[in-house]
Design a protein around this ligand. Structure first.
Ligand SMILES: *Cc1c(COP(=O)(O)O)cnc(C)c1O
Length: 473
């Protein structure tokens, strides 16, 4: 049999260059990234991108001829500069996608070098302990009971799915072995119609089905209507279905509204259902001594979702699942194998959470909290809220109607009648590249939605946005 002999070029530009080469490339990359970051913050929020042209260039990468990393890197940086909506631009007033904090970026770099495997505490005792420490601190700050715990997730959707699996397993222990058929009637999940609709995918994935998600009506201000919720649970129970979970949203994606947490908790308790609070974005207000009270009622939650990659500004792919009674987790996620180095309930992440191989995500929030403290995050949260207040005042003065009554950093506003519609204005502003905002539907009405997510957006950026929004069409 002939032996495969890689070409010299392949060896030279290969996967594992010498330490000296790595270091040289790393240094140049650090420099190039700083420049690119500065250019992105100055340029258009939404660069123009030629998809057809790019597909052609991409096709030239046939992966047959190796190219030197030093040549490919500048190309990738340039393509990213003109090929994405820039969340790192201070006038990205968008969905809950942050400019990542610097400690979080540094954490990613550290993690990429050591690449610890967080499946077990046996192989990664320090990272597993650090993540657990951060999770307990966040749970305590949110007001959950002393022994509350949880874990990092890839995001809010995974955390919410974890909540539903916990609710199903507690409601019917046979669910673990036999699935939703083990229930004596169809299990049902309750969320508001303004909740994050990943819930539909989650109901599908967990096997209860999308039709078993009740999208409960709102109160005219984007909050779950507690009396409609109560009636929905009563009706399902009367017909033999099983209410397994009420998930209240604390900070809706569209409008930053908070469902009535105490009333939802009470209704869930009365019906024996799990009470979950989805605070994926809004959960960051726990940092602020002035805003924490907005989440009153969260302390009754069986579980809570808070994304680190939203208002806590870590890099993408970092959520948190908090649970009041972590002893339940092994009942949901336990599995025993011969090849894993350990199998420790309530300790090894792979038997207490959805993931198996696991990245050291928690370092991002650990480093950020260690260096900025809760006070640093409080300032970040308060700053976003006060900038949105400024935007609210300015638009109001221009005759706009502010339709959401949120105390968080999202604004939904309708332009004066007779001029351009919300949609026309958003298209115009986004096309100009001056700022990124979006159209949302709030209580049946199309609105301009703006959220401050960037830690360095300032008053001038708000002025520029106001000018762009109110410029004659
Ligand atoms: C963003 C969001 C989610 C989904 O979280 P991902 O991190 O995108 O998976 C769920 N709920 C709410 C309220 C959200 O804002």
């Amino acid at each position: 049999m002939q032996q495969y002999a890689p070409t010299e070029a392949a060896q030279a530009t290969g996967l594992f260059p010498s330490a000296a080469t790595r270091r040289a490339v790393d240094d140049r990359l650090t420099e190039a990234l700083a420049l690119a970051d500065a250019r992105a913050a100055q340029g258009s929020v939404t660069p123009s991108f030629d998809r057809a042209g790019f597909n052609q260039v991409l096709a030239a990468f046939d992966f047959a001829t190796p190219r030197p990393l030093e040549d490919v890197l500048p190309w990738v940086i340039a393509r990213l500069e003109d090929g994405i909506t820039h969340l790192t631009h201070p006038r990205y007033f968008g969905l809950f996608n942050p400019q990542p904090s610097f400690p979080a970026q540094v954490a990613d770099r550290l993690t990429a070098v050591f690449n610890p495997q967080l499946a077990t505490a046996t192989t990664s005792p320090v990272p597993v302990a650090m993540e657990a420490h951060v999770i307990r601190a966040v749970a305590a700050r949110a007001g959950l009971p002393d022994d509350a715990s949880g874990h990092f997730t890839t995001g809010g959707a995974e955390a919410n799915a974890t909540a539903l699996l916990c609710a199903l397993t507690r409601a019917c222990p046979d669910f673990a072995e036999y699935g939703a058929r083990a229930f004596p009637g169809a299990p049902v999940l309750y969320v508001s119609k303004d909740s994050h609709l990943a819930w539909l995918k989650i109901a599908h994935q967990c096997g209860i089905g999308r039709a078993r998600v009740r999208l409960v009506g709102t109160d005219g201000m984007g909050r779950m209507d507690a009396s409609i919720l109560e009636a929905a649970l009563a009706a399902d129970s009367a017909e033999g279905r099983i209410p397994v979970m009420v998930a209240a949203t604390a900070g809706t994606t569209n409008a930053g509204m908070i469902d009535p947490l105490e009333a939802c908790a009470e209704i869930a308790r009365t019906h024996g259902a799990w009470f979950h609070v989805d605070a994926a974005w809004g959960g960051a207000v726990i940092a602020s001594p002035f805003r924490r009270r907005l989440l009153k009622g969260i302390e009754h939650a069986d579980s809570v979702t808070i994304d680190a990659h939203k208002w806590f500004a870590t890099t993408m792919g970092c959520g948190m699942f908090l649970i009041a009674d972590p002893a339940l987790l092994p009942a949901v996620f336990q599995v025993s194998t011969t090849y894993m180095p350990s199998n420790q309930a309530n300790l090894d992440p792979y038997v207490n959470s959805m993931q198996w191989s696991r990245r050291f995500l928690g370092l991002r929030l650990f480093l950020a909290l260690a260096t900025a403290g809760w006070d640093g995050y409080a300032a970040h949260v308060e700053r976003s809220i006060s900038l949105i207040a400024r935007l609210r005042t300015a638009l109001h003065a221009h005759g706009w109607k502010i339709v959401n009554d949120s105390q968080m950093a999202v604004l939904c506003a309708v332009p004066p009648s007779g001029g351009s519609t919300a949609r026309e204005i958003v298209t115009r502003v986004v096309t100009s590249g001056e700022a990124w905002i979006s159209v949302a539907v709030f209580e049946g009405q199309e609105v301009v939605r703006a959220c401050v997510t960037h830690g360095q957006t300032d008053e001038d950026d708000i002025e520029t946005l106001v000018e762009a929004l109110t410029a004659p069409g």
